[in-house]
Design a binder for this molecule. Structure first.
Ligand code: F6R
Length: 608
């Protein structure tokens, strides 16, 4: 969603701010802006609706050597996308960029009667509130920010500068991430580590309720109650290559194709094939605690939810004594669900910042239930608030549509399930096939991607004419179908929905006609014949079926087949999902849409 950058040092702030904002483009935005301040206390504020190149065009006439500044990419919440509503917002000498939502902005606005507001945003109200405490420099900027934040209800990550003191930035967070990059004679600010990668390897992750006063050679952090905080400087793991396209036309294709490597990272040091066991250190549960688990609740949104659903099918297969329930975070946070004491919650999130998932985590913790994170972004809020966790380590996922994270989330959760099963004394002969297949997955993913990529591209070109699609599967292929449909709809804007094969006759079969094509996932296994009968029913009604299967002697008269040749059986649906990813990618390319930044969507959904 919105992105924040900031710079104070000896170089040209404009250069860093623009390059940082470009790195945050992937998060989704509809306008952008920067402000820099020179030594004579002159501020240069430039904002533009639309892409950063629009901002750059305007900046070409406003080139400055200023050494301090802040910048922002905005994803509209209050007020339409426009230059007026873009950040930074100015009030007096104060300039502010803000991620999050100020819930009580209307009341605050009323109290700030003397101010004239130029935008419709909640953020401008916060700028005015800070200005009202700052009183043209009568009080230190940090104090003014703290006073203002004490009156605010809602979520925020902010960076504030004053034209009157061009050597400091004040930043604060509550519910929206902020990172302070520690450089040599320079200090950087970003809402996402990718903006500062390559400038420094050292960063401080602010916690909720903390305010930092940042100068080029100093960072002073306090709580809102003025208690000093001794900051921990952490190493940024990401490198520049991880946030570049590396020769691919789009990040999405890069991220699909790098799954052999990203899954290898997820598995590193965690799979012991000789012993037929997995070992996860992160969750931090003792054998006795693991043995006691009777219920698993898996919480996530979108793709993370689908990953949880798929993992739940697997975990139930080999862990007989536990129930597994996968829930959508935005629903679960408002349900009056009873969670038994002997439950553990898996909190699944690529970004580690999703507002609904975070809210569930906090709610579940309040009930005294142990929470385990299945998170990608290191140092993210969810990663820090869970009781224990397993990072999936897939590296930065830049494209808005989640691909490599899904694959690794599924396997990481299955590994957690295996850890419980091992502790509960489930026979090794039951668990070993899962462990061995998990170990083989990276190599098999590589094989499958290599074999099907060009074929799927050709099929995608044929199907690009459709505006409607139905994805179908049974058992583990059902969550696979759900994830496939989500991928297609979010980037190609095709109205794609998923159904369990068994549900067809209860309604969706009525849809089958020439406006639709159907993607049928048909893994070998006990339910294969039943799924085949369902496909026959679709074919009998003139369906345009694309079958995805690992059955060698597949001979149904469907329009197209993508055959997966692999030694993997249990996790074949995870491999079939690669076909969905490629299909969505190539259909979007064929339709000419923006692959990496689909309309209306943001990478990290930090508001409810
Ligand atoms: C779909 C997609 C979203 C995310 C969802 C949760 O491709 O990316 O559905 O999966 O917004 O995001 P995280 O995993 O960051 O919590």
């Amino acid at each position: 969603m919105c992105g924040i950058v900031g710079y104070v040092g000896e170089k040209k702030a404009q250069d860093f701010l623009i390059s940082g904002l470009k790195r945050l483009e992937y998060r989704g935005y509809d306008s952008a802006g920067i402000v820099t301040i020179d030594e004579d206390k002159n501020a240069t504020l430039v904002r533009a609706k639309g892409k950063i190149k629009n901002l750059e065009e305007k900046l070409a006439k406003e080139k400055r050597d200023d050494k301090i500044g802040i910048g922002h990419t905005r994803w509209a919440t209050h007020g339409e996308p426009s230059e007026r509503n873009a950040h930074p917002h100015q009030s007096g000498s104060i300039y502010l960029v803000h991620n999050g939502i100020i819930e009580n902005y209307k009341e605050l606005k009323q109290e700030l009667g003397k101010y004239e507001f130029k935008s419709e945003t909640d953020s401008e109200v916060l700028a005015a509130l800070i200005d009202s405490f700052y009183q043209d420099g009568k009080y230190p900027l940090t104090n003014a920010v703290v006073q203002a934040l004490k009156l605010v209800k809602g979520t925020y990550g902010i960076a504030v500068v004053s034209a009157l003191n061009p050597d400091e930035i004040v930043v604060a967070r509550s519910g929206s991430p902020l990172i302070v990059g520690v450089g040599h004679n320079e200090t950087l600010v970003a809402s996402d580590a990718s903006a500062i990668v390559g400038h420094t390897k050292h960063a401080i992750y602010l916690n909720d309720g903390e305010v930092a006063t940042i100068k080029k050679n100093s960072i002073e952090i306090k709580t809102l109650n003025a208690e000093p905080v001794s900051a921990k400087v952490e190493e940024i793991e990401t490198n520049l290559a991880a946030i570049q396209k590396g020769g691919y036309e789009h990040f999405l294709l890069k991220e699909i194709m790098e799954q052999p490597e990203s899954l290898t990272e997820t598995l590193r040091g965690r799979v012991r094939t000789e012993e037929g066991i997995v070992h996860l250190g992160g969750p931090g549960l003792t054998e006795a605690e693991l043995r006691k688990i009777k219920h698993l609740i898996i919480v996530g949104c979108g793709t993370a939810y689908h990953a949880g659903l798929l993992a739940s099918y697997y975990i139930e297969q080999f862990t007989p004594e536990i129930t597994v329930e996968t829930v959508i975070a935005s629903e679960y946070r408002y349900r009056q669900a009873y969670i038994p004491e002997d439950a553990v919650a898996l909190i699944v999130s690529q970004s580690g910042e999703t507002a609904d998932t975070l809210a569930c985590l906090r709610e579940i913790k309040k009930q005294g239930i142990k929470t385990i994170g299945i998170v990608n972004v290191i140092g993210s809020t969810i990663a820090r608030e869970v009781d224990g966790g397993t990072y999936v380590h897939v590296g930065p996922e830049i494209s808005v549509a989640s691909t490599k994270a899904f694959t690794s989330q599924v396997i990481a959760m299955v590994m957690f399930g295996l850890t419980i099963a091992q502790a509960k004394g489930v026979k090794k002969s039951v668990l070993r096939p899962y462990v061995l297949e998990i170990a083989e997955m990276p190599e098999e993913i590589k094989k499958v991607l290599g074999n099907v990529k060009d074929e799927v591209e050709k099929i995608a070109k044929k199907y690009a004419k459709y505006e409607h699609a139905i994805y179908l599967g049974r058992d583990t292929a059902y969550p696979t179908a759900m994830e496939g449909a989500l991928k297609l709809k979010e980037i190609s804007y095709v109205d794609a929905n998923a159904y369990a094969f068994g549900e067809l006759k209860h309604g969706p079969l009525a849809l089958v006609d020439d406006r639709f094509f159907e993607v049928a996932f048909l893994p070998e296994g006990a339910l294969y014949e039943k799924a085949v009968s369902n496909v026959q029913e679709v074919l009998a009604r003139g369906g345009h079926v694309l079958a995805v299967t690992n059955v060698e002697e597949f001979d149904l008269p469907v329009e197209n087949v993508v055959k997966i040749t692999t030694s993997i059986e249990i996790f074949a649906p995870v491999l079939m999902n690669l076909v969905s990813q490629l299909l969505a990618y190539y259909m979007t390319v064929a339709k000419g849409y923006n692959v990496d930044q689909p309309r209306n969507l943001a990478k990290s959904v930090t508001v409810e």
